[in-house]
Design a protein around this ligand. Structure first.
Ligand SMILES: C[S@@+](CC[C@H](N)C(=O)[O-])C[C@H]1O[C@@H](n2cnc3c(N)ncnc32)[C@H](O)[C@@H]1O
Length: 306
């Protein structure tokens, strides 16, 4: 990530959730805000990029749609990352709800992007403290976009600016009202592919170091095969090639067979590691709207501090 630039993928993910809220039935999330955060110029840019990653058949179909907003919606729904972006938020918030029921009162979003949980759960203010850790450029953009859209984040949201390539989550949180002796729930969604393996392990380890045993962490990741041209799926190769042309290229994944050991080395115990088929079975069974997980190498992992 170029430190001078805010994240376009964060805006795209928020638009994906808004499209899902508007168009899929039943919606797994009620998160319409992305529609108000993304400019027309950015939608046009996203359409151009999505046309590089959808299947050739979808591309031909979408190219016949003349209305920009409709074409963007169609391209988002046909894009390989769509289902994963929607479902990972549902999954993380389901696990968060269980953690809250057990008494966790700190929610740390690492690479928070345009996340709107605080807006959608006003009843949790002030019991829950929410810490949004992200790149300063993305946070500045978020504050500007929210203000422009008339969205006011409640007072339990704390912005913690950090470039995780240069500073640990623990050091960043030490500047905030975060309490390292109290249980916390960490969500690192949509961020691990953009960081090196070393930075990812440092990020996960730093979270484990600044939270007591029993604290939880969820993240999504790409399995190593996504980076092996002879094993990666066609749509993953298209996505990786598209990402490689941008400021936010994919740089690393994890080997699912080694994940439990990788996490154990940084103080975490793996609780759950779901492949796309298991995620789909849990969240997308019996739907008639076609919402699916098309991202073949994408997985969800949950762990707790040992
Ligand atoms: C794909 S977005 C995901 C945002 C959000 N978690 C979601 O699911 O919608 C990736 C986020 O990671 C952040 N990010 C990427 N590299 C980072 C770094 N080195 N330091 C801090 N944040 C970073 C970006 O600014 C962006 O907000």
């Amino acid at each position: 990530v170029d430190p001078r630039r805010h994240s376009i993928t964060a805006l795209a993910a928020s638009l994906f959730r808004a499209v899902h809220t508007r168009r899929d039935q039943p919606a797994l999330l009620d998160d319409p805000y992305g529609d108000r955060l993304v400019t027309d110029a950015e939608r046009a840019l996203m359409l151009e990029r999505l046309l590089l990653v959808v299947s050739p058949t979808d591309r031909r179909r979408i190219e016949t749609i003349t209305d920009l907003a409709r074409a963007v919606d169609a391209a988002i729904q046909a894009g390989p990352a769509y289902g994963a972006v929607v479902v990972r938020a549902r999954w993380a918030e389901d696990r968060l709800a269980r953690a809250l029921a057990r008494g966790v009162r700190q929610y740390v979003l690492v690479g928070a992007g345009m996340d709107t949980f605080a807006l959608r759960a006003p009843a949790l203010e002030p019991a829950l403290q929410i810490f949004e850790v992200d790149h300063p450029a993305t946070q500045a953009m978020k504050q500007e976009r929210f203000a422009h859209a008339g969205l006011r984040l409640p007072a339990n949201v704390h912005f913690v600016a950090a470039n995780l390539e240069q500073e640990s989550v623990a050091d960043a949180l030490s500047r905030a009202a975060y309490r390292p002796r109290e249980l916390a729930f960490f969500a690192c969604l949509g961020i691990t592919p953009y960081l090196t393996r070393e930075t990812n392990l440092a990020m996960l380890g730093a979270a484990a170091r600044c939270a007591p045993a029993g604290s939880e962490l969820v993240f999504d990741y790409l399995d190593q095969d996504a980076f092996a041209p002879d094993r990666a799926s066609e749509e993953t190769k298209r996505l990786a090639a598209e990402r490689a042309q941008t400021e936010e290229p994919w740089v690393s994944g994890f080997d699912p067979r080694a994940l439990a050991d990788d996490l154990a080395h940084v103080g975490l115990t793996l609780d759950e590691d779901l492949d796309p088929a298991r995620v789909a079975a849990r969240y997308l069974a019996n739907r008639s709207d076609g919402l699916r997980i098309a991202a073949a190498h994408w997985r969800l992992a949950a762990a707790h501090v040992t």
